[in-house]
Design a protein around this ligand. Structure first.
Ligand SMILES: Nc1nc2c(ncn2[C@@H]2O[C@H](COP(=O)(O)OP(=O)(O)O)[C@@H](O)[C@H]2O)c(=O)[nH]1
Ligand SMILES: [Mg+2]
Length: 223
């Protein structure tokens, strides 16, 4: 059982990783359209995370994802940048693994999810990170997400393990709970800020140091 996130969507369905939004192709750093893919073992809560983000709901009784499903959601950042996420929620079962490249190819963001109560799902998350490092786009923003953070009593993956692995692999890390909504919006906002900052880095260089620091790119720029 799981959260079904196949919700009818009004989006245009255009492809592409990180694009300007509805502006006829003219440069517009204020309106981003972002292809985001969720990867991870079956049952870790990918669909529930999407459903919580897009609908503000948690439905423990709905169906497992078959193949993949698509939704979109737009958020506004404090600096009035809008980010429209085109979200591909993939099925985690082995039999769909061969389809994954269809979804992560061209993605600007990959959200790799594990369940903090399942060490196997953490190992699977590391498989996806390696897969993306080998075959994803080189500038993809990767977020590592430890979900089901509400199940502290059954925790088997220490937060520090997630932090260490993410740091080693240049990823953003967060623990979430789709059930309680903890850190769900924060996850997507942080991804947006990273994207919006890397855009500014490209277009407005040199960048204000605070902005670089906010983006967690300070270390990167020292080298
Ligand atoms: N306790 C708890 N259960 C969750 C959470 N997120 C998902 N679940 C449950 O985990 C199961 C699998 O969720 P689902 O979103 O379908 O996983 P997916 O296969 O990764 O898409 C369902 O029974 C959900 O109710 C969470 O944050 N906390
Ligand atoms: Mg699912």
């Amino acid at each position: 059982m799981g959260c079904a996130s196949s919700i009818p969507d009004k989006s245009s369905g255009r492809s592409g990783g990180l694009n300007n939004l509805d502006n006829g192709g003219a440069p517009d750093a204020k309106n981003l359209r972002v292809k985001l893919v969720l990867l991870g073992d079956s049952g870790v809560g990918k669909s529930c995370i999407v459903l919580r983000f897009v609908r503000g709901q948690f439905d423990p009784t709905s169906k497992v994802t078959v193949g993949a499903s698509f939704l979109s959601q737009t958020i506004a950042l404090q600096d009035s940048t809008t980010v429209k996420f085109e979200i591909w929620d993939t099925a985690g079962q082995e039999r769909y693994a061969a389809l994954a490249p269809l979804y992560y190819r061209g993605a600007a963001v990959a959200v790799i999810v594990y369940d903090i109560t399942s060490p196997e799902s953490f190992t699977k998350a590391q498989y996806w990170v390696k897969e993306l490092q080998k075959h994803g786009s080189p500038d993809i923003v990767m977020a590592l997400v430890g979900n089901k953070a509400d199940l502290q009593d059954s925790r088997e993956v220490p937060a520090q393990d997630g932090i260490d692995y993410a740091e080693k692999n240049g990823m953003f890390f967060i623990e979430t709970s789709a059930k309680t909504a903890d850190n769900i919006n924060q996850l997507f906002e942080s991804v947006s800020v990273q994207l919006s900052c890397s855009r500014k880095l490209l277009s407005d260089f040199p960048v204000h140091p605070c902005l670089i620091h906010d983006c967690g790119l300070l270390k990167l720029l020292k080298y």
